[in-house]
Write a protein that binds this ligand. Structure first.
Ligand code: MIG
Length: 793
């Protein structure tokens, strides 16, 4: 089977009759026997478990759904004239022998006439796209935001290895991540379908046959979760509740990260720290790619180039810079190498069908692979990794090559459960279980603390254990543009904490591209500059003073807004909303169904980066400075333009001209942006003093600001509080009220209100937990803001 290939729908057999069998419904016909059972899982979420009688393996091996949601409450079928009916609070499902009709939260979706079928072990669900205007989610994908007209292969692969000659284009499929979630926009409403089958699957959203949406899995049991809307937010939150939400990260992980494949000596790390300081660019972490190892042996350091990694990392930490090391799954097959020997002794490696150790060919040469699906292997790994991290004083873990990449050695022979379980059952989950084991290591090392992990491959649910970066992109404008829809769809697919290699990984970047990439992603959940060895170096200062100044501005803007980003992450953990969102998430205009060159951070900030290089779009010259033009779509209401310091009326499209050092940023009327105004020194941020930047023109402003210790996991047991902030204006008065409640001491943060774009305001009334104080609003303070945000300038 080659990529993009699927089973023709006419090759599926469809049932001719159905009968109720206990709690399920059997669909029976020549060549086909399916059993469908329904359960109510969560508010607004039903599960249809579809078992194929021809399947040799009916265990549901997917780890996508959080343990609490695995059982559910059975919804028994009721007999109807032409089939069966499942009815529950969340919605109703009509099942005929070869047809399915769903209705949830006022949205209905039905299959075509022969819309459910089996072909051997494969399953087909074929929905009619009647009235469907958009299709979103689908995990990590190339291409545009709206997947209607496209198709997707759900198989985790090492993209550059597989698409060696075409990776730099914007249309490869599959990718590193497999999340079979499709969210449909039907009129103004939304409905989500999550096809939980850990094996390879494909979706075709009207590409092969316009008007039809095919889902095909090739074996095993498929749990189809129906996620009710009516809004996109409802669907997204339900999916996040079902598969888990990313835990709040340590704040340093939200800073700027510098990485490059090729740093290979401790000297370079010291130099990097010094260059960042000299360039006045904050950086929160430096990353060690594979060259730190002793001939690519896992859990070792090259002792010549890195004689004292712990000392080096302590030194960096004292400067506010954390250390992250890459960790590949492949263990060098070398008797005498302690990691290999101990793994062998504990029998933790994957085996072939006959029981041989499965061998692949990766960086260290012949390599064996831990079977992370075994608890014993996870234990072993956690112990080894914890020791390695502890000894080297490493703060974060970067999980690479876990697609899994095995070089020329094909993966099929790699089996699980000591050789008993075929590869396919866990292929897409290999990275997931690796991340699970690695998180365990971090929690061993620091039982109270918050780990930071980043993985290349992932499947549904991996967000519980790790952040995801979108793998090996290329340094070109197409890939910059693609980064937006890719990360937005990943966010809708539960992976809130994600981002691309900023600047592009493969090939050479250029000054303008590097600047625009930093601007476009400086408010992404994950923000890391990374590039391949042999590509042109792309640290912020590599292209001279002007690009450096522009990049510095983008990075500083991120640090200024760290309190806001942290709020977005905390709110994600509470509710499941992604950190960055397509406009579609909050606004209903039909044209937003396709809009993917601008996005929202939380619900307050609109980012419209310049995504085309000089000469590709209209340009103007203003005061002797070249500006790139782009169209910005502003939703209805007033928006504050942070570059110009003016209110702009929304509900319109504007042409916006941005100089090289400008990122078009707009704040919604009614927003509160928590802002860090203190000194910028790498990861050192004083969280005890936060400015509240208030944007209230016609609407009062409000925000629930979560307060916690930001370091431990006490939030899990309620160790956090909420400061409810509201601001309104009357005549010359700005009235701000802050009321704290919850499980964290009050008044650990000093909030200072700062108002934008309201020169008539002169007086401030500030009420903190019931205590009222009044003072004049200082003019300087008001001005200060507009001066400050053009930090970008
Ligand atoms: O075969 O570790 O995606 O980020 O720099 C390449 C070297 C292996 C692939 C990762 C990339 C990393 C590189 N790795």
């Amino acid at each position: 089977m080659f990529f993009g290939q699927k089973i023709h729908p006419l090759n599926f057999d469809c049932a001719e009759r159905s009968r109720i069998d206990g709690e399920g419904v059997e669909l029976i016909g020549p060549g086909v026997r399916l059993r469908v059972a329904c359960a109510s899982i969560l508010d607004g979420c039903l599960r249809l478990r579809i078992e194929n009688g021809h399947s040799t393996d009916r265990t549901q091996c997917s780890d996508a759904v959080v343990p609490d949601c695995r059982a559910g409450q059975a919804v028994p079928p009721r007999l109807e004239t032409d089939g069966a009916l499942f009815e529950a609070a969340a919605g109703r499902v009509e099942l005929q022998p070869a047809r399915l009709r769903l209705e949830l939260a006022g949205v209905s979706l039905a299959t075509v006439a022969d819309g459910i079928g089996g072909c051997g072990e494969a399953l087909l669900l074929n929905f009619a796209l009647t009235g469907v205007e958009g299709c979103y989610g689908l995990g990590e994908r190339t291409g545009r935001l709206n997947k209607l007209g496209g198709s997707a292969d759900f198989l985790t692969v090492d993209v550059v290895a597989v698409f060696r000659h075409t990776y730099a284009r914007d249309d490869y499929d599959p990718t590193y991540v497999a999340i079979p979630l499709a969210i449909f926009k039907i009129g103004e409403r939304f409905l989500g379908l999550f096809f939980d089958n850990a094996g390879r699957a494909v979706m075709d959203a009207g590409k092969s046959k316009p008007g039809e949406f095919w889902y095909q899995s090739f074996g095993g049991t498929t749990d189809l979760y129906l996620l009710a809307g009516p809004t996109l937010r409802d669907v997204t939150r339900r999916y996040a509740a079902l598969t888990g939400r990313a835990p709040p990260p340590p704040p340093w992980a939200l800073g700027y990260h510098q990485c490059r494949w090729g740093y290979r000596h401790e000297r370079e790390f010291r130099e990097l720290a010094a260059r960042f300081a000299a360039a006045d660019v904050p950086v929160s972490a430096l990353w060690y790619d594979i060259d730190y190892m002793d001939e690519y042996r896992l859990f070792t350091w090259d002792s010549t180039d890195f004689p004292d990694p712990a000392g080096l990392n302590r030194e960096l930490k004292a400067a506010g810079i954390r250390a992250v090391t890459i960790v590949d799954p492949g263990v060098k097959r070398e008797p005498g190498y302690a990691v290999y020997d101990s793994g062998r002794e504990r029998d933790v490696f994957c085996r072939t069908a006959s029981g041989r150790e499965y061998v692949g060919k990766v960086w260290p040469g012949d390599t064996v692979f831990p079977d992370f699906t075994l608890e014993s292997a996870r234990e072993w790994w956690a112990g080894r990794l914890a020791d390695f991290l502890g000894d080297g004083e490493v703060d974060g873990v970067w999980l690479d090559m876990n697609d899994p990449a095995t070089g020329y050695s094909r993966t099929e022979e790699m089996r699980f459960g000591h050789g008993a379980i075929p590869h396919d059952r866990y292929h897409n989950q290999y990275a997931h279980f690796m991340a699970k084991a690695s998180r365990l290591a971090c929690e061993r090392l620091d039982p109270e603390g918050r780990p930071f992990l980043l993985t290349r491959s992932a499947c549904a649910g991996t967000q519980r254990y790790s952040a995801v970066w979108t793998g090996d992109n290329a340094s070109n404008w197409q890939h910059l543009r693609m980064a937006l829809p890719c990360s937005l769809n990943l966010g809708l697919s539960g992976v809130a904490f994600n981002g691309p290699d900023v600047g592009g990984f493969m090939d050479d970047t250029g000054a303008e591209l590097l600047v625009r990439w930093h601007q476009a992603c400086c408010l992404f959940p994950f923000f890391r500059n990374h590039s391949a060895r042999n590509s042109r170096p792309q640290e912020p200062w590599q292209f001279g003073p002007e690009p450096l100044a522009a990049i510095r501005g983008a990075i500083r803007a991120r640090y200024r807004l760290l309190p806001y980003l942290y709020q977005c992450f905390f709110a994600h953990w509470r509710y499941g909303d992604p950190v960055i969102r397509p406009l579609l998430y909050h606004y209903g205009n039909p044209e937003y169904a396709h809009l993917d060159d601008q996005y929202l951070v939380g619900d307050a900030l609109l980012v419209a980066p310049v995504l085309h290089g000089e000469g590709k779009k209209p340009e103007i010259v203003r005061n002797g400075v070249k500006h790139q033009e782009r169209v910005v779509v502003l939703p209805p209401g007033w928006w504050f333009d942070l570059n110009r310091g003016d209110w702009v009326k929304g509900g319109q499209m504007l042409t916006y001209a941005a100089a090289l050092d400008e990122l078009p940023l707009f704040v919604r009327d009614g927003a509160v942006l928590p802002y860090y105004a203190g000194p910028l020194r790498n990861g050192f941020v004083d969280w005890s003093a936060v400015e509240l930047h208030l944007f209230c023109r016609e609407r009062p402003a409000s925000l629930d600001y979560f307060v916690d210790d930001r370091e431990t996991r006490r939030y899990e047991s309620g160790g956090y509080g909420v400061a409810r902030i509201s601001a309104e204006t009357e005549g010359e008065w700005l009235r701000v009220a802050i009321a704290e409640s919850g499980g964290y001491p009050a008044e650990t943060v000093t909030f200072t209100p700062v108002v934008y774009g309201r020169p008539e305001l002169r007086e401030l009334e500030l009420t903190v937990n019931g205590r009222v104080e009044t003072r004049p609003l200082r003019a300087g303070q008001r001005e200060w803001l507009c001066r400050m945000l053009p930090v970008l300038a």
